[in-house]
Design a protein around this ligand. Structure first.
Ligand SMILES: *[C@@H]1O[C@H](CO)[C@@H](O)[C@H](O)[C@H]1NC(C)=O
Ligand SMILES: *[C@@H]1O[C@H](CO)[C@@H](O)[C@H](O)[C@H]1NC(C)=O
Ligand SMILES: *[C@@H]1O[C@H](CO)[C@@H](O)[C@H](O)[C@H]1NC(C)=O
Ligand SMILES: *[C@@H]1O[C@H](CO)[C@@H](O)[C@H](O)[C@H]1NC(C)=O
Ligand SMILES: CC(=O)N[C@H]1CO[C@H](CO)[C@@H](O)[C@@H]1O
Length: 236
């Protein structure tokens, strides 16, 4: 195939080596809502050029920091703004970094308290260069009181063999939260915002509650399920 020089140079530009090297970037949500007392797992990812633009030196990340209410996470005076610093990890901290030094900058806040409702930013540094995610994550901490069980059926009576889906809801949207389910106070193996119960038997009957932390604090009011035979008689 014959190409004119102009087409060829455009193709070279599109496929050029610079196009493959990612830019400095941090990706996290603008805001994140969490119920007081539960664990917030704030998703975060980052990219950076793999080599220095001028020197061509390879740039491994050697330090990661999460700070609170500071534009650059760079305060000469202070770690006071830092909630996590890979150079100075506090083992007992409620702020944990399950992320890595490659691309995952996830931050965990254990047992959130009202005072955690602030703006958090992520900064990482390579040899010589550093970058802070500019916008930051505004964390909202809401009362646990609002946790509720909702069901896919209108009343609490379901026929044997039938099914029901229970959803744990609160003021926060739930996709990032740990949800724990209980029947008559006993923990169920299922976790996640929705509990699907199918092929119902009388063993499934009882009071269902959900909670946002494994210690079972901040539990919803019970939702009681009654399983009846097809004739409509309770199986008790
Ligand atoms: C957090 O609170 C702010 C201000 O109160 C609100 O604008 C924002 O939508 C909230 N975010 C979430 C995820 O609830
Ligand atoms: C980042 O790390 C967290 C915690 O280990 C994990 O849950 C999450 O799936 C990771 N995200 C990606 C995109 O790999
Ligand atoms: C439903 O339960 C009945 C009785 O326990 C059992 O025989 C049947 O295999 C179950 N069906 C499914 C799809 O699990
Ligand atoms: C379920 O809750 C109701 C009222 O809250 C109570 O009367 C009943 O005994 C409970 N059932 C079980 C199995 O705990
Ligand atoms: C409404 C409610 O029970 N809130 C509690 C949730 O859990 C935290 C910490 O475990 C308590 O401080 C709250 O009072």
């Amino acid at each position: 195939m014959k190409m004119n020089p102009w087409t060829l140079s455009v193709l070279l530009l599109l496929a050029g080596p610079l196009g493959a090297d990612p830019d400095w970037h941090v990706e996290y949500p603008d805001s994140f809502c969490v119920v007081e007392g539960s664990t917030a797992t704030i998703p975060c990812s980052f990219t950076h050029p793999k080599v220095h633009r001028r020197t061509g030196v390879v740039l491994p990340v050697n330090r990661v920091v999460w700070c609170r209410n500071h534009e650059y996470c760079l305060d000469p005076k202070a770690n006071v703004f830092n909630v996590y610093d890979s150079k100075n990890v506090r083992a007992d901290s409620r702020f944990q970094y399950p992320g890595d030094l490659v691309r995952n900058c996830t931050l965990k806040i254990i047992k959130t308290v009202k005072q955690d409702a602030e703006t958090y930013r992520f900064r990482f540094r390579t040899n010589g260069e550093g970058y802070t995610g500019p916008i930051g994550v505004r964390v909202n901490v809401t009362d646990g009181e609002v946790v509720k069980v909702r069901s896919s059926v209108t009343d609490n009576v379901v026929k044997e063999g039938g099914q029901v889906t229970l959803t744990c809801t609160s003021a926060c949207s739930f996709h990032q939260l740990d949800v724990h389910w209980y029947r008559n106070g006993h923990a169920l193996p299922e976790t996640g915002p929705a509990l699907h119960l199918s092929n119902l038997t009388n063993d499934d009957a009882g009071n269902y509650t959900c909670s946002l932390d494994s210690s079972g604090q901040n539990t919803s009011a019970p939702w009681s399920l009654l399983v009846v035979e097809d004739e409509g008689e309770p199986l008790i």
